[in-house]
Design a protein around this ligand. Structure first.
Ligand SMILES: [Cu+2]
Length: 474
């Protein structure tokens, strides 16, 4: 069979039945018992399980597997989407639908001059009921947004991550590239890759709001829009690889073959895959391509600069005086800079300057923070340097999970701004960092009737502490 074609959800022909069949299949999967690997609940649990939900012995090694803050983020979610797509497609076929059903994608980043609706939730997901008055299986517990408008601004839909020429990075203190940092099997914690941070994390909390499913990895995949969001992230990986020969996936065996992921096919039979199996979308399970994107050729893979003890570390340039607890709408903290004269490897104009937010820990769903940098008393207003995203914060702060507990890390390259502020030359001794809480829309209290058992999920009160703010040069 020819590879399936994943299409832009906003460009589906009005007579197209992709979403109609999706709704019917979602309704069917929701009715299946959680022990069935092709059920809605089981498939969501593969990503994460809510607090207090016990994992049956048969599901160990299959549930709570989502890979975040890791170079496995993109390949793991690619296999996960294919496994889900297979379960939906099999159901669509069994219900009398087409044999080639494919998951559509939601391209919220598309230029508004091409699609003025791009940033709105597609209409089929917005209404609680269908025309005949029955519940809409594609409706879910989300932020309350009139007409599907979650107010996705530039900072939420930016595809600036496509500019990273490296997929990964193993050096502490510097950004980890397009796909994420070198890690072992990683259920959360550490630095997000570029595309995981924005738009991925941003869309999750914008759509989920303060208590909706999408705001937390442990419930996110219960929302039918999750899969269209991730199809778009998966598509962006193909777009990234198509930009030129320097945009390459890692060649290391540690990434390609050393970790084996376990899921199920459309019949509920166990399957395994490794990253090397995820490099050609036409060979991922049943095979698929994205409308409007050429299938990425894989000319050569790129070997990763592995961290050599001491050798590749950037030069330390200063840090905050202690942990910074973020309370209220805005919090300031000072970074005490190392005097330029005592910086060993840095010339008058360093090539790169990085601001690090380390050991970001907390609980609940605090939402994202806009981060600004300023030099005290320079009569300039603070400059926006990026968004500190908090999707998965509680999971990353959970000491009971493997690798968990030390929280999230966020790295911003601020070279241009540092040069403007003359950080490495003048007698500037402090930087002021400001965190502005973005705030979250309140979510609907109700969950779909068929998922009422998830409506009462306990969410902890939101807290966020940035363990340390530090500055590095190279
Ligand atoms: Cu996600």
């Amino acid at each position: 069979m020819a590879p399936r074609i994943r299409k832009n959800v906003w460009k589906l022909d009005p007579r197209d039945e992709t979403l109609g069949w999706y709704a019917k299949a979602v309704a069917a999967l929701i009715k299946r018992p959680i022990e069935d690997p092709t059920s809605w609940r089981y498939l969501a649990a593969v990503h994460g399980t809510p607090q207090g939900m016990p994992t049956p012995a048969s599901a160990r090694g299959y549930w709570d597997q989502c890979q975040h803050q890791s170079w496995f983020f993109l390949p793991w979610h690619r296999g996960y989407l294919a496994s889900f797509e297979a379960a939906i497609a099999k159901t669509v076929k069994d219900l009398g639908g087409p044999a080639d059903w494919a998951l559509p994608f939601w391209d919220y980043s598309e230029s508004l001059s091409i699609n003025r609706n791009a940033r709105l939730l597609p209409r089929a997901f917005v209404e609680r009921t269908l025309a005949d008055g029955s519940p809409n299986p594609l409706w879910s517990r989300r932020a309350q947004a009139v007409g599907g408008d979650f107010e996705l601004d530039e900072t939420a839909i930016s595809t600036a991550a496509l500019r990273f020429t490296n997929f990964t990075n193993s050096r502490p203190g510097v950004p980890s590239g397009f796909g994420g940092p070198v890690t072992g099997f990683n259920p959360g914690g550490g630095d997000n890759g570029g595309v995981e941070n924005v738009p991925h994390n941003r869309i999750h909390v914008k759509v989920g709001g303060d208590t909706g499913f999408m705001s937390d990895p442990s419930t996110a995949a219960l929302d039918p829009i999750f899969w269209l969001h991730h199809a778009n992230i998966d598509r962006l990986w193909e777009v990234w690889r198509n930009q030129g020969p320097q945009f390459r996936d890692p060649s290391d065996a540690q990434w390609l073959t050393s970790v084996v992921f376990k899921m199920h096919d459309g019949d509920g039979e166990p399957i395994t895959f490794r990253c090397v199996d995820m490099l050609d979308t036409t060979n991922v399970m049943h095979g698929y391509t994205y409308e409007g994107v050429a299938v990425a050729q894989e000319p050569e893979l790129e070997s990763v600069e592995m961290a050599v003890a001491g050798g590749l570390k950037p030069e330390f340039g200063g840090e905050s005086e202690g942990p910074v607890v973020l309370t209220g709408p805005s919090t300031n903290a000072d970074v005490v800079l190392v005097p330029p004269s005592s910086l060993e490897a840095v010339t008058a104009e360093p090539r790169h300057v990085y601001l690090n937010l380390e050991n970001i820990t907390g609980a609940g769903i605090p939402g994202d923070y806009l981060v600004y940098v300023d030099v005290p008393d320079d009569n300039h207003s603070p400059s926006f340097i990026g968004v500190m995203t908090t999707f998965g914060l509680e999971r990353a702060s959970d000491r009971s999970l493997s690798h968990g507990g030390s929280g999230l890390t966020q790295v911003f390259e601020i070279t241009e701004l540092a040069n403007q502020l003359k950080l490495s030359q003048s007698s500037v001794s402090r930087l002021k960092v400001t965190f502005e809480r973005e705030g979250l829309k309140p979510a609907d209290a109700e969950a779909p009737a068929e998922l009422a058992d998830y409506a009462g999920i306990k969410r902890n009160a939101p807290t966020v502490t940035v363990g340390k703010i530090s500055l590095f040069y190279d």
